[in-house]
Write a protein that binds this ligand. Structure first.
Ligand code: SAJ
Length: 421
């Protein structure tokens, strides 16, 4: 049983807001803190400033019940959960400035003996750094036993699109600055978490989160490398993977146009930064996945050359999908978006028809290109000489026939012909 009755959640983004809402649902008094007044206003009105299934209902209920409030100021609370961004810098080293800023701000509110949990994805040592910042502001809370505060790292592992379900069902890793701190954090998460809660130290917990995403990145890089090998050998990579996966101990992931989202394409760099000499496979995987969009552009160039040779006209190119994965509207770090922008830039004489059924307007990076326009899927395919399938959104599956006789660059294998015999 936890003796914590009020928490402050610092950072009301994709992780902080769902976490705040689910703690409120489980009976705590929750105060959300965000630097954006717009986000604070949205939450206080019981609304959600981004798309995540079911989250809206949770926030609306929590605000109506008076258990969830928000402000730009950090209040006093029994426990703090820090869920702010940890981007990387130009040189791919982690930028801890948001965590440090959160630590300095909350330090001013402390009375002693609070529990401070870092949820942001972090490089090894970040929770120790947070403690250093907090005690730097509040040396009065330091004692001969190492300080009166408890620190813990509890990384989130929820999949965007399934956040509210996975918050409850996923196992959680809790790393504590001491066993007592870890147990205190575990008792708090037990309020809503039905998975196993596994205790360790803060560094191992930090690394576990990074390793999970690096594991996936390395395995996607393997699939992407296979796709490039197979293209040169006239082998259908998707058929090949289907066949190899019939082996009881083989489970190859799927190739694509590159790796998107703000987790898998970022977190492995924190490991590389922490151990640059040793992290050779992890670095290579990142480089392979980052190079995949350029390879797709080369495929389109080869097709464009054929069109130009046979018709004398620059090709019309349809780019199907902009999101970073199928059936969502999230364009963050999307390789499909990057490829579509590059098509606009590198084929200035071509008409580029960008298709994304999940968004109403194209993002700024695309609207500035004079030869690029938004189009519906059918019209784009019918008008195109080259169809580049970038995201396997479900409705695209049935449009394959429309592309018959055209050049197709299918990065997802949604339109593949198998078996190859
Ligand atoms: N992708 C492929 N081939 C595959 C699988 C994925 O190319 O076989 C691509 C997707 O198209 C996408 C990218 O990888 O561009 C990432 O998609 P994802 O669905 O694998 O993962 P995310 O980024 O949505 O969420 C991940 C999850 N981590 C793991 O599965 C290890 C999630 O559990 C984490 O909570 C999340 O990162 C996070 O916040 O760290």
């Amino acid at each position: 049983m936890t003796n914590i009755s009020s928490i402050a959640v610092v950072g009301l983004g994709y992780i902080g807001l769902p976490t705040a809402a689910i703690f409120a649902e489980s009976g705590l008094r929750v105060h959300g803190v965000d630097v954006s007044q717009k986000t604070v206003d949205a939450v206080n009105h019981g609304t959600v400033p981004f798309v995540e299934p079911e989250l809206g209902d949770y926030v609306e209920r929590a605000v109506a019940a008076g258990r969830l409030t928000a402000s730009v100021e950090t209040p006093a609370a029994d426990a703090y959960i820090v869920a702010v961004p940890t981007p990387f810098r130009q040189d791919k080293s982690p930028d801890l400035s948001y965590i440090e800023a959160a630590g300095r701000t909350l330090a001013a509110q402390l009375r002693g003996s609070e529990l401070i949990i870092l949820e942001s994805t972090s490089p090894p040592g970040a929770t120790e750094r947070l403690a250093e910042v907090v005690y730097g502001v509040r040396p009065d809370l330091m004692d001969e036993d190492g300080g009166s505060l408890d620190f813990a790292h509890c990384p989130e592992r929820v999949l965007p699109g399934k956040v509210m379900a996975e918050l409850v069902t996923n196992d959680r890793i809790v790393g504590g600055s001491s066993r007592g701190a870890a147990e205190r954090a575990r008792d708090l998460y037990l309020l809503f978490c039905r998975g196993d809660i596994l205790l360790t130290n803060t560094r191992t917990a930090e690394m576990a989160k990074l390793v999970e995403n690096a594991f996936r990145d390395v395995n996607i890089a393997f699939a992407n490398e296979l796709s490039m090998i197979c293209a040169g050998l006239d082998i259908d990579v998707w058929e090949l993977i289907d066949l190899a996966n019939h082996h009881p101990r083989v489970n190859i992931l799927q190739p694509g146009p590159g790796v998107g989202g703000h987790c898998i394409a970022v977190d492995p760099w924190f490991i590389v930064d922490a151990a640059p000499e040793a992290a050779r496979l992890i670095r290579s995987a990142r480089e392979i996945n980052d190079a995949k969009p350029g390879w797709v552009i080369q495929q389109v160039k080869a097709a464009a050359y054929d069109v130009l040779q046979s018709s004398g006209e620059p090709p019309v190119i349809a780019a199907l999908g902009l999101a970073f994965k199928p059936n969502i509207d999230d364009l963050r770090e999307s390789p499909a978006l990057d490829i579509t922008r590059q098509l606009g830039e590198q084929f200035p004489d071509s008409r580029i028809l960008a298709v994304e059924p999940h968004v109403d307007t194209l993002p700024a990076g695309l609207t500035s290109l004079p030869n690029l326009e938004k189009a519906a899927a059918r019209e784009a395919i019918e008008a195109a000489d080259i169809v580049v399938l970038l995201v396997d959104h479900a409705p695209f599956a049935e449009l394959k026939e429309l592309a018959a006789g055209k050049h197709v660059v299918d990065t997802r294998g949604q339109w593949r012909q198998t078996p190859g015999i």
